[in-house]
Design a protein around this ligand. Structure first.
Ligand code: ATP
Ligand code: MG
Ligand code: MG
Ligand code: MG
Length: 471
């Protein structure tokens, strides 16, 4: 089954259970300035859960575009290093807004995995929140999960909250065992960070409201929010142990191989670069399709940083010229029929990526040399001075996370405090420069007006009162 078929199967299954099929929302969350990017399937439904917004349905299903590359959830550093993390991924979800609760949520998930997807129940492993006896009993007594395949886990991983206050509740996570030849252990063991037991589905039971004092009171209408990574379930279904080996990624990596002349599988480090390229291509292209543009702050800066990291991996693979923009076509082939915004914006996406690449390539080699020099000077256990980090950023366009990424695996630190001081100094300089040059660059006609009529006097402070009324 191809990735796109699995997405469809999921949506069809829940549509068959009466869920409204809802199209993915934008990666830029609407009306939520606190959130950098949409990072879970529930984000577009946040106000429905909070009871501020009503919809003509009480249950829904979606495959939501997500980016986890900034803010609370940041998987950027994991990409290329784990088998299961992307910066951009799709989260399949089913939602109940005060309709069904734990019984059905668990039953649907189990039925979808073991009957629809025909997964071997022996390869599934479950966790519940340590105090959630109700979920534990449903799994063990109704579903019949053996007690050695279920674990009670603490609040860090198994208690979810929307924020410091508001809806919250216990989770139950479903893991797939990729087999003893993959390193890792089940949740709750010291080896849980491995890729053997991979979390495929997270069921959140919104059961309480937390007030300012931190007290929990039961919600009158408990709700359900679930999330399953499309790429993770696809890896399971395609019998591969790494998300980057599924059909969709294989085709993106093949495109990257064509453009770089590298063979996948020849060299482990190059394979990492190819995977990172495929991952970052998706984030960059989908963010552009949703209207984010490269910039030096906010969302646009995250986009720029991801793209620059990708450029560096292209350089590691030997490419001296812009080429990432040429991979967009392969992405549109893979995902453009489901996500029409990608197809519609293709030409723009390619153009912006190309301009960004061409600009950055001009300073990339010099910047890399400076990092190399600075690393040699610092030596193992040493620190790259803030001033150098600032030069890398300001002159060569190296965001500090790119420098950190290059130095990953070494024992060399970054003087981030020193960097911040340099940034602050630059801001102060910029402000000072602005005051002076504004005056000096006044167009001639304005100077003439001033000569003729004298300077205007700003009266707003004295003639407008606190209510904004002219007195
Ligand atoms: P993990 O512990 O593996 O990092 P998570 O607990 O952070 O996952 P959730 O926030 O519970 O993930 O998201 C729900 C589901 O979305 C996960 O069970 C997983 O299948 C998928 N998912 C989460 N993060 C990623 C990612 N970076 N790349 C791909 N899939 C992801
Ligand atoms: Mg995570
Ligand atoms: Mg987890
Ligand atoms: Mg989880």
């Amino acid at each position: 089954m191809k990735t796109s078929e699995i997405r469809q199967k999921f949506l069809d299954y829940f549509a068959g259970k009466g869920h409204e099929v809802v199209a993915s929302s934008s990666l830029v969350p609407h009306g939520d300035p606190t959130l950098m990017f949409t990072n879970a399937g529930m984000v577009p439904f946040k106000h429905v859960f909070l009871g501020n917004e009503s919809r003509p349905y009480v249950t829904a299903t979606s495959s939501q575009k997500c980016v986890r590359a900034g803010g609370k959830h940041n998987d950027l550093e994991n990409v290329g290093h784990t088998a299961r993390h992307h910066t951009f991924f799709e989260m399949l979800g089913n939602f109940s807004f005060g309709d069904y609760f734990k019984h059905d949520a668990i039953r649907y998930a189990w039925e979808f995995l073991t009957i629809e997807m025909k997964l071997d129940p022996n390869l599934l492993f479950v966790t519940v929140f340590e105090e959630d006896d109700e979920a534990y009993d449903i799994w063990t007594k109704e579903i019949g999960i053996p007690v050695d395949k279920i674990a009670r886990i603490g609040a860090k991983d198994n208690f979810w909250s929307m924020g410091d206050t508001g809806p919250c509740g216990p989770c139950s996570e479903i893991f797939f065992d990729h087999g003893a030849d993959v390193w890792g252990g089940p949740p709750g063991t010291p080896e849980e960070d491995g890729d053997r037991f991979v979390e495929i589905w997270n069921l959140v039971f919104m059961q309480y409201n937390r007030n300012e004092e931190g007290e929990l009171t039961p919600l009158p209408k408990p709700s359900v929010d679930t999330g399953m990574g499309l790429e993770r379930i696809t890896a399971v279904m395609q019998g591969v142990h790494n998300n980057y080996d599924i059909d969709l990624f294989k085709n993106l990596i093949a495109a990257a191989c064509r453009e770089t002349g590298i063979q996948f599988g020849d060299n482990a480090e190059q394979d990492v670069s190819l995977r990172v390229l495929a991952d970052h291509l998706r984030s960059v292209a989908f963010l552009l399709a949703d209207g984010v543009l490269p910039s030096n702050e906010g969302r646009g800066f995250v986009l720029r940083r991801i793209l620059r990291r990708a450029c560096r991996h292209g350089r590691l693979l030997g490419n001296e010229e812009a080429f990432i923009y040429k991979l967009v076509d392969a992405l549109v082939t893979e995902m453009g029929s489901h996500f029409v915004e990608l197809r519609e914006a293709q030409a723009n996406i390619e153009q912006v990526i190309r301009i960004e690449e061409e600009r950055f390539i001009k300073t990339l080699d010099k910047g890399l040399k400076l990092v190399e020099q600075a690393a040699a000077e610092a030596g193992e256990g040493g620190v790259i001075p803030g001033k150098t980090l600032f030069t890398l950023y300001d002159t060569f366009g190296f965001p500090t996370d790119l420098t950190a990424d290059i130095l990953k695996g070494t024992n060399i630190g970054l003087d981030m405090d020193g960097f911040e001081i340099c940034m602050q100094e630059q801001r102060t300089r910029a402000r000072a420069a602005w005051g002076g040059s504004g005056e000096a660059s006044l167009p001639k006609a304005l100077f003439e007006l001033r000569e003729k009529h004298g300077p205007t006097e700003f009266l707003g402070y004295t003639t407008i009162n606190a209510e904004g009324v002219i007195t």
